[in-house]
Design a protein around this ligand. Structure first.
Ligand SMILES: NC(=O)c1ccc[n+]([C@@H]2O[C@H](COP(=O)([O-])OP(=O)(O)OC[C@H]3O[C@@H](n4cnc5c(N)ncnc54)[C@H](OP(=O)(O)O)[C@@H]3O)[C@@H](O)[C@H]2O)c1
Length: 342
């Protein structure tokens, strides 16, 4: 399958870096990355492919070349055309035979906006976020991705926080029955916030990000109830953006049908980690956020923070909001490339 990337920012570059690091370990992707579209200058995108304040220098060779039809990024085994086109409908997906586009600009998050990649010739598009309105399907790899149907073309891979809480809530619901959940997400700042005070659709996200604890909304609340419909109407909560580069934490306060003890909760996640170690990690050490940087699981359960008070249960977990999410995008794209019927 031929894949193209729209938006070479934090998530776009993390996706590429995850692909390169896995291939350097001997794995071979079942798809080829044929194009990267971003409005940045080629030399700047090349530079950012090699150096990263959060994930360190890229250990896989990357090069920028001038081809007959424009600049190309050589990314390990992949030779991607570097495009600079602001309008998705004008991208050359038909000519490049790009079947799947990863929409990672953060700009085209509504269904019909993302669908412009289809009018440009792609067969499918995955919005790398919760859509502003709806998608034909919202898929969280490891939870519901096998529900993908052939006619569904505008897809969403939900958000990093949805990927973090869905495995926790699915396990808790199966073991003890989830009645009510209040989520608090504590999230590193992202580039949709401002360095200094600016106008923003969310006034708080417009305030100086490196200087403030910023209460805001979390798209994961609605998304997780779509992914796990049994929890519909049972989940609420929000987010706090904090002045760190990367890594997030979720604090879930729950009422469960059968209230477990702290050891029973921790044992549940020890078992889950044994079953799906690539999806859920387990921590029992006194760690802080930076210790979870570059962890590829969707979520890492923190046994040191589990509490039970009366009929209230608290579960805390960490996730690398960039690297965990990018790795699941890579899993999803690879899985789709391997399917014949969807
Ligand atoms: N960061 C996270 O932790 C995280 C986790 C999960 C999901 N997401 C989602 O991923 C998406 C991207 O977030 P991000 O953090 O990667 O943002 P980002 O770092 O700002 O990356 C977006 C990139 O797209 C480029 N771009 C903007 N408009 C474009 C256009 N019309 N055509 C082509 N490229 C364009 C931007 O260029 P300029 O910088 O020049 O505008 C930037 O390089 C968002 O929807 C976000 O919700 C983010």
């Amino acid at each position: 399958m031929r894949v193209a990337l729209n938006g070479y920012g934090r998530i776009g570059r993390s996706f590429v870096r995850a692909l390169l690091e896995r291939e350097a370990g001997g794995w071979r992707a079942p798809f080829t990355l044929v194009a990267v579209n971003d409005l940045g200058r080629p030399e700047d995108l090349y530079y950012l492919s090699r150096f990263d304040s959060t994930h360190g220098p890229c250990r896989v060779p990357v090069a920028l070349e001038q081809g007959a039809d424009g600049p190309q990024l050589l990314l390990g085994e992949h030779r991607a055309r570097l495009l600079s086109e602001a309008e998705p409908a004008a991208l050359p997906w038909r000519a490049l035979e790009a079947a799947l586009v990863l929409e990672c600009t953060g700009v085209f998050r509504a269904h019909d906006e993302a669908a412009r990649h289809l009018s440009a010739g792609a067969e499918r598009v995955i919005i790398g976020a919760v859509p502003f309105d709806h998608a034909d399907a919202m898929l969280v790899y490891g939870i519901n991705h096998t529900q993908l149907q052939p006619g569904q073309r505008v897809l969403s891979a939900a958000s990093c926080t949805t990927h973090a809480i869905a495995p926790l809530l699915a396990a808790l619901d199966e073991a003890f029955g989830v009645e009510q959940v209040l989520m608090k997400e504590v999230h590193a700042y992202t580039s949709d916030q401002s360095l200094l005070d600016h106008v923003h659709r969310d006034p708080r996200r417009g305030r100086a990000a490196a200087q403030n604890i910023v209460p805001t909304t979390s798209s994961a609340i609605g998304a997780v109830q779509q992914i796990l419909p049994r929890l519909n109407g049972r989940v609420s909560g929000d987010s706090i953006r904090v002045p760190t580069l990367n890594v997030a934490m979720v604090d879930l306060t729950l009422r469960l049908t059968r209230t477990p003890s702290v050891p029973q909760l921790n044992e549940l996640f020890i078992r889950r980690v044994d079953e799906v170690p690539w999806l859920i990690g387990y921590n029992a050490e006194p760690l802080v956020s930076v210790d979870f940087n570059h962890r590829s699981e969707s979520v890492i359960f923190d046994a040191t923070q589990t509490r039970v008070q009366g009929d209230m249960v608290r579960v805390v977990a960490w996730y690398d909001n960039e690297w965990g999410y990018a790795n699941r995008l890579l899993d999803l794209v690879s899985w789709m490339a391997e399917q014949e019927s969807v």
